[in-house]
Each structure stands twice: as C-alpha cells, then as structure tokens.
Design a protein around this ligand. Structure first.
Ligand code: C2E
Ligand code: MG
Ligand code: MG
Ligand code: MG
Length: 292
C-alpha cells in the first residue's frame, strides 16, 4: 500500500540521518586523538607522463586508518575538518609525512619524485603557512620544487583577493602550484589570468564522460590547448580506460593520473613500485617542459 511505502521511506530516511549524525559526532570526538595516534595515513598515487608512460610525480592522499572502523576515505571527513578548522592541522601533518618520505626516497638512492599535497582554503588564510612550510623544507633538506601544492578550484569562491595574494606568496617561495578539479566550478577562466598556476588538473568529470558528450570532449580539447598556450602543464585526473589514454595522447595532454595506471597506494606498495620502475625523463622538471 501507499501508506506502507511511505512508512518504509520514512524509516529509511530517519536511519540515514541518524547514521550521518553519528558519523559526524564520531569524527569530531575522535579527530584529535587520531592525529596524536598517527591514525591518518598517507597514500601515494603516481602520475604518469604520456610521452613514455612512466612515473613523473605523485599525489599524497590521506586516509583515516581507524583501529575498529578500518580505512575511512577522505570524502567522509575532509569537509567536516574544513568546516571546523581542523583541516590545517591535518594538512600540515600530511605535508610533514610527505616531506619525510620524499627525503627517505632520495636518501635510498631513488631519483627525485615530486609529490603534490592537497591544500585547503583555510590553510592559505593561515598567516603562518609560509613560515611553517619553509621550516619543514629546511628540516628535511628539500627544495620547494620537490613539493607541489594542489588547490581546488572551488577554494576561490569567497575572498578571492586574499586567496590570490596567499597563493602568490607560496609561488614566490618556489612551490609548484596545481589547480585541482579544474573546470568543476565557476571561476576557472578568470582565475587562470589572476593566479600564478603551473599545472592544471582537469576535473575527472570531463575525462570520464567525454564519450557520452561531444561537448565535454570539446571542452577538454580546448582546456588542453589553452593550457599549452599559457605554458602550463595539464594533468588529466580519473583516467580509467585505454580509450581515455589514447584520446588524451591525441589531444597532447602531458600527464595522467588514474586507476588505469594505478590506484593510490599505501607507502610500502608505492616504495616497491618506485624501486622497480624507471622514471620518466621526458618531462622530469617543469623547466624542461617549455618547448612542448
Ligand atoms: P582530489 O585531490 O581531486 O584527488 C583525486 C581523487 O580521485 C582521489 O580520491 C583519488 O583516489 C581519486 N581517483 C584517482 N584516480 C581515479 C580514477 O581513475 N577513478 C576514480 N573514480 N577516482 C580516482 P580520494 O583519495 O578519495 O580523495 C578525495 C578528495 O579528498 C581529494 O580529491 C581531495 O580533495 C581530498 N583530500 C585527500 N587528501 C587530502 C589531504 O591530505 N588534505 C586535503 N585538504 N584534502 C585531501
Ligand atoms: Mg588533489
Ligand atoms: Mg582533483
Ligand atoms: Mg577535489
């Protein structure tokens, strides 16, 4: 009966609401101890150069390894931390872990592999960020070009002026700036002219839906051309199939990241990978990319 259907619907609705509140409460009451207990772990997803399909860099992606609940993905807690300000503590933790591992890979004789770290809006508004980043680099003997900072496009929606100022400062320190999820928001094109961006990360919705939408394919093609005219590098995110790889090669995209090549890997698996494979030397540094 209709009544029965409504009844079930309501019950389901109530349960999902309660579940959501419980999770948020769980996250809020456990986040501090989780940081102290080192329950946040950094995974690394390699990025590949499309000219030789070898690894050229990687992205650090955080997960919460809870002793009872197992691996909790970032989309369940990042937003909550962005709302309550805890995100900066977490991001600095991820940054330090990343610096530490990059240092240890160099010390073990691996070629330098730049790693990008995700940075939130709140981090950029933290007036100490520059000093903290510099002291981390010093502590681990790294150059700012070893660490790329990924800033999601939606970060620019409010206080754009202040964001632009903060990012210019990071750029002046020598960090490589990547604009994450490019094309997912509203301000993309305007921001391109305002910001000292080095790399565009094409939002995965373009790559994953181009075969169903000629417009998406055209936009993808346009963004890659635009990036080249502006002397930027382009990374396509969420590449899952060989067809996508072939199209991106055809369009002249520089780098790719996605399950087709590798999922984000826990530290030991990533280390095994970089010890076994050859690195790309076609596009090793951004400086050598000029002539492409
Ligand atoms: P993002 O920075 O855009 O990262 C890319 C996301 O796409 C990652 O999800 C990655 O696992 C996923 N991905 C990579 N290749 C594929 C693919 O071929 N197919 C599909 N369907 N997905 C793919 P993840 O690791 O769950 O992270 C989600 C988001 O959480 C990130 O999106 C980023 O915005 C945020 N995040 C992750 N780690 C951190 C962090 O340390 N700090 C901050 N502030 N945000 C983080
Ligand atoms: Mg990212
Ligand atoms: Mg992204
Ligand atoms: Mg994102």
């Amino acid at each position: 009966s209709i009544k029965g259907k409504y009844g079930m619907h309501c019950a389901y609705y109530d349960d999902s609401i309660r579940q959501k509140l419980l999770d948020e409460q769980f996250i809020l009451s456990n986040m501090k101890s989780a940081l102290v207990n080192r329950e946040f772990v950094v995974f690394f997803q390699p990025k590949y150069d499309l000219l030789d399909e070898k690894i050229c860099s990687a992205e650090a992606l955080v997960r919460w390894k809870h002793p009872e609940r197992g691996l909790i993905p970032p989309n369940q807690f990042i937003q909550i931390f962005e709302n309550n300000g805890f995100i900066t503590e977490l991001d600095l933790y991820v940054l330090e872990e990343t610096c530490k591992w990059v240092r240890s890979w160099i010390d073990r004789g691996n070629p330098m592999i730049p790693v990008s770290v995700n940075i939130s809006r709140a981090d950029i508004f933290n007036s100490n960020l520059d000093a903290i980043l510099l002291s981390l680099l010093k502590k681990y003997g790294l150059d700012p070009s070893h660490i790329h900072l990924e800033i999601t496009e939606s970060a620019y929606t409010e206080n754009a002026e202040q964001m632009i100022h903060g990012i210019k400062q990071l750029k002046e320190l020598g960090f490589v700036i990547e604009m994450d999820d490019f094309g997912s928001g509203y301000s993309s094109l305007n921001m391109l002219s305002e910001l000292p961006i080095d790399v565009l990360k094409l939002d995965m919705r373009f790559v994953q839906n181009y075969d169903r939408s000629r417009d998406k394919r055209n936009i993808m093609s346009f963004v890659i051309s635009l990036a080249k005219w502006m002397n930027l590098k382009v990374v396509a995110e969420g590449v899952e199939t060989e067809e996508q790889v072939n199209l991106l090669k055809l369009l002249g995209c520089h780098w790719v990241q996605g399950f087709f090549y590798s999922k984000p890997l826990p530290l030991d698996a990533f280390e095994t990978l970089i010890e076994q494979v050859n690195f790309s030397n076609t596009e090793y540094t951004l400086e050598t990319a000029e002539g492409r």
